[in-house]
Design a protein around this ligand. Structure first.
Ligand code: PRP
Ligand code: URA
Length: 209
């Protein structure tokens, strides 16, 4: 059974409130996405494997833990997930980065895939899937299905804002994965946008409003 962690930290709450504000411009929004991703990444990376390496301090030789190289794959869900990559890379600079391109059909709200490139050997890696928004859950479920088909086993999904509907759907579809949520919102409107949410995350990150 995977775990679900809903962030409970004033820094994360404060930054998400700034992101929600419609007056927050693209430049500031991008900075906030990166910062929230980094703060959430601290929790998401908590169980990364470490190994003992030799290090010589000014006092003596010792063996101390370091993150095992090449064991993390970041696979942002395009477009909006891209905004979270830099913050996560600042924590795990050696991570491999794959991409999965999904967009929601505006009528049906169902995701369709338009691009995919993954690192090799993801079955041995912790695969972190960042996407700022978990609305109906369709995109996240599709992305996790795909990663599993390609052999991924240790999967963590990270979103900045989730609707309860999307979180339930993702947990039901993939009870084995870990899910990290910045803030759990009230629900969805008739267009499957999160309420109160922050609008269209991709448009706000890339200035395509
Ligand atoms: C947004 C968001 C998620 C998806 C969430 O992407 O970044 O990927 O919607 O909605 P769901 O949970 O109902 O599937 P969008 O399809 O707008 O594409 P974009 O990132 O290119 O803007
Ligand atoms: N995608 C977004 O970017 N925002 C929402 O509220 C729902 C889906």
């Amino acid at each position: 059974m995977g775990k679900v962690l809903i962030m409970d930290h004033p820094l994360v709450k404060h930054k998400i409130t700034l992101m929600r504000d419609e007056r927050t411009d693209t430049k500031e929004f991008r900075i906030l996405v990166r910062e929230v991703a980094m703060l959430m990444g601290y929790e998401a990376m908590r169980d990364l494997p470490t190994e003992l390496v030799s290090v010589k301090t000014p006092i003596t030789e010792t063996k101390q833990p370091m993150i095992t190289h090449n064991k993390v794959a970041l696979v942002p869900i395009l477009r909006a997930g891209l905004g979270m990559v830099d913050g996560l890379l600042s924590l795990v600079p050696n991570a491999k980065v794959g991409h999965i391109g999904l967009a929601r059909d505006e009528e049906t709200h169902l995701p369709y895939e338009y691009y995919c490139k993954l690192p090799r050997n993801i079955s041995d890696m912790t695969v972190v899937l960042p996407d700022p928004m978990l609305a109906t859950g369709g995109s996240a479920i599709h992305a996790v299905d795909f990663i599993k088909q390609k052999g991924g086993r240790n999967i963590k999904f990270m979103c900045i804002i989730a609707a309860p509907e999307g979180l339930d759907a993702l947990q039901k579809a993939h009870p084995d994965i870990d899910i990290f949520v910045g803030c759990l919102d009230e629900g969805l409107n008739e267009n499957a946008y999160i309420i109160p949410g922050l609008g269209d995350a991709g448009d706000r990150i890339f200035g395509t409003l």
